[in-house]
Design a binder for this molecule. Structure first.
Ligand code: C5P
Length: 312
């Protein structure tokens, strides 16, 4: 085969806790990540020109700003023989996941390029090997390779798979013109809440407590949507919501619409709401669209997914 088309799911954070800082400038996190069924579509194809080219349906995502391109460059650097043997690569990225949204859209595209080139060049790399490469590109890339539901610690790249809750629906809301800088969100959190960071020994015990007896992990294990919704958590809401009142307002609109639970994903500005059924999710989407009444607000209905990068 000289062409593969892959689907690359977005993620939401059911849990994001910042437990410490790190010498590399990043933060020690405890997260629970959940794949959702909203996917970008990535095609990798051999080309006769000895070049890597990335095309995207969104002009603002030119090669320089596209993590998919960085993923292809990393593979080219690590596997020069394969690159030379197979000629160049044409990559197309068809975006469906909103940009700069806290949904790992760029990370999942990069993960798809790693998986796609592994297939195209018949490298035979294992999932952990692909995840190690992914960690060089971004903290969320290793999760995006495998997808499903996972506890993510360290920078977010250390993963322990969890049971996949099934059948829960999600409404996503994002103001299309609003972007939140992830480094800004983490730096502001550090300035305001840095004194609450745990020592390394405390971090160790805290992580163990979450894994062994944490209410959210228990709810996930029992596929208890209400329990999951009750224990959603995101530390970054503490800095993003006060700075962006529109995001706080959207979150309140979801809560009033009678959803199971609502929370910002990652560093935002996307807010998600958990629903019991597709029909409830569609109803919530309509209610919130009417209540906010702003054409800049994008709303999507999707559901939990157990898949990472997969063939289309
Ligand atoms: O790893 P990634 O490139 O996705 O991270 C984006 C930014 O988020 C980093 O530059 C850093 O400011 C922040 N970050 C952090 N600690 C983490 C993950 C991300 O401070 N564990």
């Amino acid at each position: 085969m000289n062409r593969y088309t892959l689907l690359a799911p977005a993620k939401i954070n059911l849990y994001l806790e910042i437990v410490g800082d790190r010498p590399d400038g990043f933060h020690e996190l405890v997260m629970i990540l959940q794949s959702i069924d909203l996917c970008d579509r990535i095609t990798v194809q051999s080309s006769s020109l000895p070049l890597t080219r990335v095309r995207c349906n969104l002009p603002q995502l030119d090669e320089k700003h596209n993590l998919a391109y960085k993923a292809a460059q990393l593979m080219e650097k690590r596997f020069p023989h394969a690159f030379n043997n197979w000629g160049g690569v044409d990559i197309t990225v068809e975006k469906h996941i909103p940009l700069a949204a806290g949904l790992a859209g760029g990370s999942t595209d990069a993960a798809a390029v790693l998986v796609g080139l592994n297939l195209l060049w018949q490298l035979g790399l294992t999932q952990p090997e692909l995840q190690d490469l992914g960690a060089e590109l971004g903290s969320d890339v290793p999760f995006c390779v495998a997808g499903g539901t996972a506890l993510a610690t360290g920078r977010g790249e250390q993963l322990d798979p969890l049971h996949n809750p099934q059948g829960w629906w999600v409404v996503l809301g994002k103001y299309q013109s609003l972007e939140v800088s992830t480094p800004w969100a983490y730096q502001t959190y550090r300035q305001q809440f840095g004194e609450t960071y745990l020592t390394q020994a405390e971090q160790f015990h805290h992580r163990a407590a979450i894994v062994e007896s944490g209410a959210l992990v228990q709810a996930i294990a029992h596929n208890d949507g209400r329990g999951i919704a009750q224990h959603l958590h995101n530390d970054l809401e503490k800095v993003v919501l006060p700075q962006y009142p529109a995001v706080a307002h959207l979150r309140a609109a979801f809560a009033q619409a009678g959803v199971l639970g609502t929370m910002m994903s990652g560093s935002g500005p996307t807010v998600f709401a958990l629903c019991e059924s597709q029909s409830q999710a569609e109803q919530v989407k309509e209610t919130v669209a009417q209540q906010i009444g702003n054409p800049d607000l994008g709303l999507w209905v999707t559901q939990f997914s157990s898949q990472g990068i997969h063939l289309a």
